[in-house]
Design a protein around this ligand. Structure first.
Ligand SMILES: [Zn+2]
Length: 341
């Protein structure tokens, strides 16, 4: 479903830096794509992008979402040698950051490039270069400017609280794999946009009035906290887990029965499993061991809805992630079936 469109929007969305709390630039990209597809949208106060679509039956409202925020870093302080001490935004797998390129975005519009390196970064100099911990106390940003002390870094306009964007390194291979640091959850954002395009092209209305949310700040736990209180069902689209003791894989859509916050809604989850089974989708049902989602955020915010989670299987999540376009396709098919059947 919509493979060319998805391949076309992946670079637009994936290359737009959007760590939790930094929203405006990716909302512009989303807005342009939605407008080109013929959808009106609004941006809520918390910067969530909301699309309202009339259904065949408007007596009930259902919702879907994907989060467009990613992991990132922020300047915690400036070291005496002019490098940057960092704090994490969300939960990147810290050891995988060693050696990554990044950008520092100052609060007043300047951008600098840099590299995330350990505090023992050279094998020729430090006996402990291999054993130095790769955690936030031992990872710094080396800025690509001629700075040797704190004052020179301050003079660049860099200050505590500036965002550091980690290079997303987005690639689609000939074999159909999508590799990027932030497939969670931009893969699902692209899947939802693909479904919206399919609805337009087929001139099909969803079964019920449908609210589509592109959410920020999911990675810090409170993404979908501002959903409309009249929503009765909410299917969030977020990455499926892949690995030890899991059925999920990079070619299938995962349906989560339970995550760290407890079980998802029984009847809605069963309905999704039935749809996947009857339509012979490549799907799995899984328990996500260390995982929270926007359904939990909505429930904690007091939205009285049924909640379920589906999404493409993503390998090495919060590290160097990978999925296959097939998993995004299966996710689109299941979401399309849910919205229209
Ligand atoms: Zn996610």
């Amino acid at each position: 479903m919509q493979e060319n469109f998805v391949k076309d929007i992946i670079p637009k969305i994936f290359l737009c830096d959007s760590p939790s709390g930094y929203n405006d630039n990716v909302n512009l990209v989303l807005g342009e794509i939605l407008t080109n597809l013929g959808y009106k949208y609004e941006i809520l106060n918390k910067k969530t992008v909301l699309v309202k679509i009339d259904g065949k039956d408007n007596s009930k409202i259902v919702a879907t979402s994907a989060h467009v925020d990613t992991l990132g870093l922020m300047v915690r302080s400036i070291n005496a040698d002019g490098t940057l001490r960092v704090t994490n935004v969300g939960g990147p797998l810290a050891p995988t950051l060693d050696g990554e390129y990044c950008k520092i975005q100052t609060r007043f519009g300047k951008t600098y490039t840099g590299t995330i390196i350990s505090t023992a970064p050279s094998v020729h100099v430090y006996e402990n270069s291999k054993t130095e911990p790769r955690d936030y106390d031992h990872l710094v940003v080396r800025i690509d400017e001629k700075v040797t002390n704190k004052n020179e870094t301050l003079e660049l306009g860099i200050q505590n609280g500036d965002y550091i964007f980690i290079e997303p390194k987005t690639t689609i291979t000939k074999s159909g794999f999508l590799k990027s640091r932030f497939i969670d959850d931009k893969g699902s954002v692209c899947a939802i946009l693909g479904v919206l395009k399919e609805l337009k092209e087929k001139n099909e209305k969803p079964k019920y009035k449908t609210y589509v949310y592109f959410v920020h700040q999911e990675e810090v736990g409170h993404g979908a906290s501002a959903l409309d209180k009249n929503i009765s069902e909410f299917v969030t689209v977020d990455m499926g887990c892949v690995g030890k003791d899991l059925a999920g894989n990079e070619y299938a859509v995962s349906i989560a029965a339970k995550d760290s916050g407890g079980p998802y809604s029984y009847n809605l989850t069963t309905k999704l499993i039935m749809l996947a089974k009857e339509n012979k989708l490549n799907y799995v049902v899984d328990i996500f061991p260390f995982y929270g989602s926007d359904v939990g955020a909505a429930w904690r915010a007091g939205v009285d809805c049924e909640g379920a989670l589906i999404g493409p299987g993503v390998h090495a999540s919060h590290g160097m992630e990978r999925t296959h376009l097939e998993a995004i396709d299966e996710t689109m098919k299941l979401l399309y079936l849910y919205l229209t059947k």
